[in-house]
Design a protein around this ligand. Structure first.
Ligand code: G16
Ligand code: MG
Length: 206
């Protein structure tokens, strides 16, 4: 019996991956190497600093911590510029309907995202009011597949792990949900999200 539903943001509620990709690609271009969409798969659900490390590994480049901080800042400024035009029309199919149906059934709703821009994005999408708790990259220190983000969300809802269901599109996120002792609904392809308890193409299927 589900008492709490915890949603990942990018890939579940909104497709911001394409904007992350455009910003990272521009940064790579300035550094003199090509960053492809296939490379970008490795950054999904991964924190900003870890994403930069992976990007630089792909480009075969090394920098000091200070230089990396400046690069991460630059990428984020580009990204925030791209997403500043987001509105309700960017919601993935079925999101609003599913969140409303959960609320009508008395299920508590939380966000469990690695993004430090999560609150800004929920605001842009006009759905911030549907969440009882928002746990994002500003609140947690350990990145998925560590279960911290989902454990914190579950605590903020005042529930036990066994009462929560996680909705995730990334392999690392599914692993984090399972490590937290929760049921996980994978959003995407069953052959990729092997660890999930159930896989659907999107929330419109639920
Ligand atoms: C999202 C994206 C990742 C991104 C991360 C951090 O995670 O999937 O690609 O690197 O947030 O984002 P920011 O740079 O905005 O802090 P999630 O957990 O919502 O899928
Ligand atoms: Mg995601």
């Amino acid at each position: 019996h589900m008492k709490g539903a915890i949603f990942d943001l990018d890939g579940v509620i909104v497709d911001t991956a394409k904007y992350h990709f455009l910003a990272w690609r521009l940064l790579a271009e300035e550094l003199g190497f090509v960053f492809t969409e296939e490379h970008n798969e490795r950054l999904k659900g991964v924190s900003r600093t870890r994403s930069l490390d992976i990007l630089l590994e792909i480009g075969g480049m090394e920098f000091s911590e200070a230089e990396k901080l400046a690069m991460a800042d630059k990428k984020n400024r580009l990204y925030v510029e791209y997403i500043s035009g987001l509105n309700e029309s960017a919601l993935l199919p079925g999101v609003k309907e599913y969140l409303n149906s959960l609320r009508a059934r008395g299920v508590a709703i939380a966000l469990g995202s690695a993004s430090k821009n999560a609150a800004f994005i929920l605001d842009k999408l006009n759905i911030a009011g549907l969440f009882d708790a928002v746990v994002d990259g500003n609140k947690v220190t350990l990145a998925k597949p560590d279960p911290e983000v989902f454990q914190t969300a579950c605590k903020e809802l005042g529930l036990q792990p066994g009462e929560c269901v996680v909705f995730e599109d990334a392999e690392a996120g599914v692993a984090a949900g399972k490590a937290a002792g929760m049921l996980v609904v994978g959003i995407g392809k069953p052959e990729v999200l092997k660890e999930a308890d159930l896989v659907v193409a999107g929330l419109h299927e639920l």
